[in-house]
Design a protein around this ligand. Structure first.
Ligand code: ADP
Ligand code: TPW
Ligand code: MG
Length: 570
């Protein structure tokens, strides 16, 4: 233990980790305690770092990842060796895939024994296991390298395209001692962790020239644009040029969904008809039909703003790449734009307005129907009504129908408030994202969860209650994955593979931990329960029965679902 009075006193690796984190402004750890990091959790808490202890490392990792997305500071997740480490890996990989900065710090077992596979407790070559899933993976083998190791991890997580970084601290390195002077000299503070990356002026000029010729221009805003926190300049560019914009799921709210230039209600028409498309922090991956027909016109030209040079031409040719950080690139576009040089033609805006109106009418009639039991639309409509005058509330959303219809029904009005399954379409982010968002912001969170999706991280309602977080979880209980009415084709009595329990009392789960449970059978009940739960500021769970026949298999991506036609064969 450190003796602060003597200049030649002795300290150790645990203290160095805490000192290095504090020096770099890493003020929160999401983790699960155990050998060899238990004392690290205690010491960190004692020294003023907030420690949030989870039931499962995957949720701790998801909390760290989303806190990184929201703050541009790497979220920190702490795991024990081997199984704990692996439990965190899905979150680390998901964070890399989505471009969220996080660091998974893991303790590990005695390297000499691990490397000779001599049967050590929790034996695993963790650094090499992490490499394929991480943006970078490092192991610290000497106590005096702890701070430089953390510095490398921070820089790797946040610079360029952000991602998940793995940092391995073997138990003997944490316990190793050194004198306090050497320890102090080893501390590294990362300077300018996210350096600006200015686009080349000729790239900006080319982009403006391509755009100036457009008859049907369209801007796609992705979560990279939301992450960049260049909200005012992005808005100025969109409003000055009059170009319509389509937000990707997590970019909803960057400009409010009710902005007149939003094409959200005419998405397929806008994509198919656009002749020049500006991608701002959005990849042409599966979520955008890989930039190809039939979703897009084969003749359309693309301008792409991204920090990752190799993202350009990844799926189709890009006419005008602008490689740089989004804040710098959008500001360079604005600076080079001459007054009136780009103005979206009114014929295009009129066509979009007509399609928007038609689709909005269709949506209004779906929302107005009041079926018993509720369907996804009536339940989501009730939630949307409650959230309408509370734009600061975070919305976490996962499931299949619950996610896909939720994206369309729940309007967002502020940037970075919608957090969902993202690039991987992963289930299990719900409670971790909700906890991360509540911890970094202190603001309320509403997590709208399919009943299957909820199950992946449901135990973390215990964590929500333990830390008194203002999170309201709404479980859309349609009794299954996609639907609750599937049948067992063997004729046996086991439930069908996609069937869960439509009568499960999810609200009782949270009562076990002292939170408030609600049951809401119709939109009025749901609106009231949500209003009351938010007003109380207490952890709450609303169990919300949904018609088991209301959903469609795979939600809105049934085209990706190969089928055996089992029922036809029988
Ligand atoms: P979405 O799923 O919303 O379409 P993606 O995750 O596919 O968004 O794309 C986000 C893109 O944004 C990535 O290609 C990433 O490299 C890029 N990006 C992230 N942060 C920045 C930034 N600060 N500046 C520029 N590009 C960024
Ligand atoms: C880690 C596969 C995609 S969507 C889903 C699963 C299991 C759940 C859909 O049911 P839910 O929603 O949540 O009840 P709803 O409204 O349609 O009934 N494992 C992981 N990720 C994914 N994507 C799956 C499995 C899946
Ligand atoms: Mg379901």
């Amino acid at each position: 233990m450190e003796n602060k009075t003597s200049s030649t006193s002795i300290t150790n690796g645990f203290h160095l980790v805490v000192d290095a984190m504090k020096l770099n402004g890493l003020d929160t750890i999401y983790g699960v305690a155990g050998i060899p990091v238990t004392d690290l959790t205690r010491l960190a808490q004692a020294e003023g770092i907030r420690y949030i202890g989870f039931h499962h490392e995957q949720s701790a990792g998801n909390a760290a990842a989303i806190s990184g997305y929201l703050t541009q500071k790497p979220g920190t997740c702490l795991t024990v060796s081997a199984p704990g480490f692996l439990n965190g890996m899905v979150a680390l990989a998901n964070s890399t895939t989505n471009g969220f900065p996080m660091i998974q710090i893991s303790g590990s077992s005695d390297r000499a024994l691990v490397d000779l596979q001599q049967g050590e407790y929790e034996e695993l070559d963790q650094m090499n296991a992490a490499k394929p899933y991480a943006k970078a993976a490092y192991r610290v083998d000497r106590v005096e390298d702890i701070s430089i190791g953390l510095a490398r991890a921070i820089r790797a997580a946040v610079s360029g395209r952000p991602g998940g970084v793995y940092l391995d601290f073997p138990g003997d390195v944490l316990a190793a001692t050194l004198d306090t002077e050497t320890a102090a000299r080893s501390l590294v503070r990362v300077v300018d962790a996210i350096p600006r990356q200015l686009p080349a002026p000729e790239s900006v000029k080319r982009a403006i020239e391509v755009l100036a010729k457009a008859e049907r221009p369209l801007i796609i805003l992705g979560k990279g644009a939301a992450y960049a926190q260049a909200d005012a300049d992005i808005r100025a560019f969109i409003e000055k040029t009059g170009i319509p914009f389509q937000p990707m799921s997590m970019a909803k709210g960057l400009l409010p969904d009710d902005h007149p230039q939003s094409t959200a209600a005419a998405r397929s028409y806008a994509l198919a008809q656009a002749d020049v498309v500006v991608l701002i922090g959005a990849r042409l991956n599966w979520l955008l039909g890989h930039g190809k027909s039939p979703q897009w016109s084969p003749a359309a030209q693309f301008v792409q703003l991204d920090i990752e040079a190799t993202e350009i031409d990844s799926n189709r040719a890009i006419a005008a790449p602008v490689v740089g950080d989004i804040a710098s690139s959008v500001s360079a576009l604005l600076a080079m734009l001459k007054p009136g040089q780009i103005r979206a033609p009114s014929a295009w805006l009129d066509q979009l307005a007509q399609h928007k109106q038609r689709n909005q009418e269709r949506m209004a009639s779906r929302l107005a129907a009041n079926p018993d039991p509720m369907d996804f639309y009536s339940a989501l409509g009730a939630i949307n009504g409650v959230l309408a005058d509370k734009p600061e509330i975070y919305v976490v959303n996962e499931g299949a129908n619950t996610l896909d219809i939720g994206r369309n029904v729940i309007d967002m009005r502020m940037p970075r408030k919608r957090l969902d399954s993202g690039t991987w379409g992963v289930m299990g982010i719900g409670m971790g994202y909700a906890i991360g968002a509540a911890v970094v912001s202190g603001k309320p969170v509403v997590a709208i969860e399919g009943d299957s999706a909820f199950g992946f991280s449901g135990m973390e309602i215990g964590t929500i209650c333990r830390y008194h977080l203002p999170i309201v979880t709404v479980v859309f209980n349609n009794g299954g994955i996609y639907r609750g009415d599937d049948v067992n084709h063997s004729g046996g009595t086991d439930p069908a593979p996609t069937v869960l329990m439509k009568d499960a009392c999810y609200e009782k789960l949270i009562e076990a931990f002292g939170g408030d449970g609600y049951y809401a059978a119709d939109p009025q009940d749901l609106a009231k329960a949500l209003t009351d739960a938010l007003a109380s500021g207490k952890p709450a769970l609303i169990n919300c029965p949904i018609d088991p026949t209301a959903g469609t298999e795979s939600g809105h991506i049934s085209n990706l679902n190969p089928q055996s036609n089992i029922t036809e064969k029988k």
